[in-house]
Design a protein around this ligand. Structure first.
Ligand code: SAM
Ligand code: SF4
Length: 314
């Protein structure tokens, strides 16, 4: 088994709460009490992890744009080290009003989730009527933040017939789009019938795709086609795990630091930095050392002990 690279990319889930309730992430009836990361503890965790080599920080959730001091955290990172890339993953609902201030605070990029362009499917998937707000959010983020990608989770029988339309929508706005394989999680066991592979989808599309150059640590495999001005990416975590290039770690809103979506092994960084700061470095190194690449392959096992996607941030 190979061991982990030095972590360079930190994903921080700031809160477990969300203004949508996507059926694949927060199934009805499974809502848990909201966990909110204390701003001062997030700052000290970021300071500590930056000293350990982190060079890119993505805020996620739940929905990160609901977190009151999101702009303050972005500014804090840029003042600490302007070379650290700051990003969010958002459902886009609030970006119509927040993209400009986030950009002014120093936010470098945004990934925005868009699973459907059909308002009745959107309502069935998310329990809300806010599709138009999401589209306004995408447009505001494109205008003010500039570096925007769209993310779409592929769900058999729900949006697998919409992939071409979503690509044309992304192309009309000049935004790269990535299709994410439905992943097993706390609320859905391996073998869920909603899973559909990237390959099955790619084979149905009308374009002749050529593989684009990919960064070693990119989760997505990108493709280009002569009639598209954008790249189309596939994040095939289930059918083709990308563990070999993984340099990510994940901090949940309760302070638990994980090295993989599919590994429940963690340390509580908030507690350690508060009560035993002298132990934090050694425990962090041990956590990273014990990360076994191939974690995505563990999706065949039980997922009941894993944190939910809304807790760990996807
Ligand atoms: N609320 C934000 C959003 O939806 O973009 C950020 C949090 S969300 C948990 C982060 C990402 O996880 C989203 O792109 C979402 O689509 C993805 N996600 C959630 N559950 C998933 C699942 N079962 N399989 C694949 N991706 C999932
Ligand atoms: Fe909220 Fe994002 Fe989960 Fe949807 S995927 S419920 S928008 S956290």
């Amino acid at each position: 088994m190979k061991t982990c690279r030095t972590p360079r990319y930190l994903r921080v889930s700031l809160l477990s709460a969300c203004n949508l309730q996507c059926s694949y992430c927060m199934p009805a009836g499974k809502r848990r009490p909201t966990v909110l990361a204390p701003d001062d503890k997030v700052r000290s965790a970021i300071r500590f992890l930056h000293r350990s080599g982190i060079r890119k920080i993505r805020f996620t959730g739940g929905e990160p744009t609901l977190y009151k001091s999101l702009c303050g955290l972005v500014t804090f990172i840029k003042e600490m080290d302007s070379d650290v890339h700051t990003a969010i993953t958002s459902n886009g609902v609030l970006l119509g009003s927040k993209a400009r201030v986030l950009s002014a605070a120093g936010l470098d990029s945004a990934n925005i989730s868009l699973d459907t362009l059909d308002s009745s499917k959107f309502e069935a998937l998310t329990g809300s009527l806010k599709l138009n707000q999401v589209i306004s959010g995408i447009d505001a983020a494109t205008e003010y933040i500039g570096n925007v990608k769209l993310n779409c989770v592929l769900i058999r029988g729900v949006n697998d017939d919409e992939v071409e339309r979503l690509i044309l929508f992304a192309n009309s706005r000049g935004l790269d789009i990535r299709f994410i394989e439905f992943m097993p999680n706390r609320y859905s066991a391996p073998g869920d019938p909603r899973f559909i592979s990237s390959e099955e989808i790619r084979n149905q599309l009308p374009w002749q795709f050529q593989a684009s150059s990919n960064k070693y640590n990119s989760a997505a495999r990108y493709y280009a086609a002569s009639s598209l001005r954008i790249r189309v990416g596939f994040i095939s975590s289930v059918s083709h795990p990308f563990c070999d290039g993984c340099d990510r770690i994940r901090l949940a809103a309760d302070g638990l630091l994980y090295t993989c979506l599919f590994d429940s092994n963690s340390i509580n960084l908030f507690d350690l930095l508060t009560t035993e700061p002298g132990q934090a470095r050694a425990q962090f190194k041990e956590l990273v050392r014990s990360k076994q690449l191939g974690g995505c392959n563990n999706t065949a096992g039980s997922t009941i002990d894993l944190p939910s996607f809304s807790a760990i941030g996807g």
